[in-house]
Write a protein that binds this ligand. Structure first.
Ligand SMILES: [Zn+2]
Length: 462
């Protein structure tokens, strides 16, 4: 057993001083004491917060960050650059990607996530097959590579193999450049079952599924996949991209007469095991119904801004009791602070008001968003995380408050100064399951991960 002592920590009941946390050998909090004596205990200066879940990641896309920013690189037809033109750049890159490339990208990404303050990641994994679209000898090869990288880096992972069968609504055939993603139900469940058998009982790992989108699965296939998952684990997380783009909404209306979120709520039992990624374009009725469902809205503000998706109706959704979490998705930014900052800034720019998501007078905006994202992240990952309390995994981060702009700040002002006022990264220490993974801002694999990532870049961009 390990015992840690913090001068200040954010607990479910609020801020507390002189907090002693006892951690079992398997990484769970078994005791928690406030206003405690620190004598003889490992003292950690700074402010402890629960580690954050990054609930939406496509690891391989990290290697592309910054490469979709030149106008007209993909659309030579003269159409405006859009999500769909960016997607062409992304497809071109992954056409040649090899298993060892995935390993290198994921390791570097997960090391960087930990240093940013993310202690668990939900990996929405759709790159299954070889460059020709054939299954590897181990059909779960790419998934195994990603999980291995997470275990090596020391980050918790909820792995979500993606079911991708079609190229558009009504079972439209997929395109050749989607060949590495495609599975029917049986082949998909072969992957899911193998992963569940291999990793289902492993600490820090959870296996769920991700039907890619309503474009990529038919209603029958979606229902069959959920039923098949229930045979393995009836509480496992289910994530789906939805209503990210207005074109998707228009196509869904043309196909079904319903908007995407509306259709999903009417045709599946949507509850807290579901995470709807983006859900950007919703009517007020959809927003209210999704909030009432207790499903998580998985928001990815930096990616949604980068791809020109639109603005999620965050104020209404939160006021209706909706649950949100954050993800870095395309990894244009791997920065917890930026996700929360731009979640709020998007609303400010749209409404021309301030502190839009604070939740009421005299409330801290950053505190409300941090608390909300902890709850949603834990729910979406289906793991015992998201709070410093007995029974939860000992995943926590420590902010260095010895220099400005955090110096001298107290309680919620610490969070506000970090999220809105900090240009450097104050995350100094990170613990996952009680293991001291990031120390003084450094991860033990920093140099190895950077070297492997650079080698990958030489191979793929020579
Ligand atoms: Zn995504």
């Amino acid at each position: 057993m390990t015992t840690l002592h913090f001068e200040k920590a954010l607990l479910p009941g609020g801020w507390a001083e002189n907090v002693t946390i006892g951690v079992t050998d398997d990484g769970f909090i078994h005791s928690l004491e406030t206003d405690a004596e620190s004598a003889g205990i490992s003292f950690v200066p700074g402010v402890a917060l629960p580690g954050m879940a990054n609930l939406h990641s496509h690891a391989f896309q990290r290697a592309l960050a910054g490469l979709g920013e030149v106008s007209g690189t993909a659309t030579k037809s003269g159409k405006p650059d859009s999500f769909w033109s960016w997607r062409t750049v992304m497809y071109d890159f992954l056409a040649a990607l090899q298993p060892e490339d995935i390993s290198a990208i994921a390791l570097k990404l997960y090391v960087d996530m930990l240093k940013a303050g993310y202690t668990t990641v939900a990996e929405f994994h759709y790159l299954h097959h070889d460059t020709q679209g054939n299954a590897y000898s181990d059909p779960a090869e790419m998934s195994a590579r990603v999980i291995a990288a997470a275990l090596e880096a020391g980050i918790g992972i909820t792995h979500l193999p993606v079911l991708y069968s079609h190229g558009g609504f009504a079972g439209k055939p997929a395109q050749p450049d989607q060949r590495r993603f495609l599975n029917g139900l049986d082949d998909f469940m072969t992957i899911v079952t193998a992963l569940h058998t291999e990793y289902g009982a492993m600490p820090g790992v959870r296996i769920g599924i991700a039907p890619h989108s309503l474009r990529a699965v038919t209603p029958d296939l979606l229902g069959a996949a959920v039923s098949a998952l229930n045979q393995l684990d009836a509480t496992a997380p289910i994530h789906i991209h939805i209503a990210e783009q207005t074109r998707e909404v228009d196509e869904c209306l043309a196909w079904s007469g319903k908007r995407p979120v509306e259709w999903l709520l009417e045709n599946q039992s949507i509850d807290q095991r579901w995470c709807l990624i983006h859900a950007t374009h919703m009517s007020d009725e959809e927003t209210d119904a999704l909030a009432a469902s207790k499903a998580v809205a998985g928001l990815c503000p930096t990616t949604e801004a980068n791809l020109g998706d639109g603005l999620f109706p965050a104020h209404r959704f939160l006021e209706k009791g909706g649950v949100i979490g954050i993800g870095s998705d395309s990894h244009i930014s791997v920065n917890l602070k930026e996700e929360l900052r731009w979640l709020e800034y998007g609303q400010r720019l749209f409404t021309r008001q301030r502190a839009v998501l604070s939740g009421g007078p005299q409330k801290s905006t950053a505190r409300r968003l941090y608390d909300a994202a902890l709850i949603g992240g834990a729910r979406a990952c289906g793991q015992p995380i998201g709070a410093l309390e007995v029974g939860k995994r000992a995943d926590l981060i420590v902010l260095d408050c010895s220099t400005s702009p955090l110096y001298g700040r107290s309680d919620d002002a610490i969070l506000d100064s970090w999220i809105f006022g900090c240009d450097t990264n104050p995350v100094r220490d990170v613990y996952v399951a009680g293991r001291h993974i990031v120390q003084g801002g450094h991860h033990g694999l920093d140099q190895i991960a950077e070297k492997q990532f650079q080698d990958m870049l030489k191979r793929r961009f020579k």
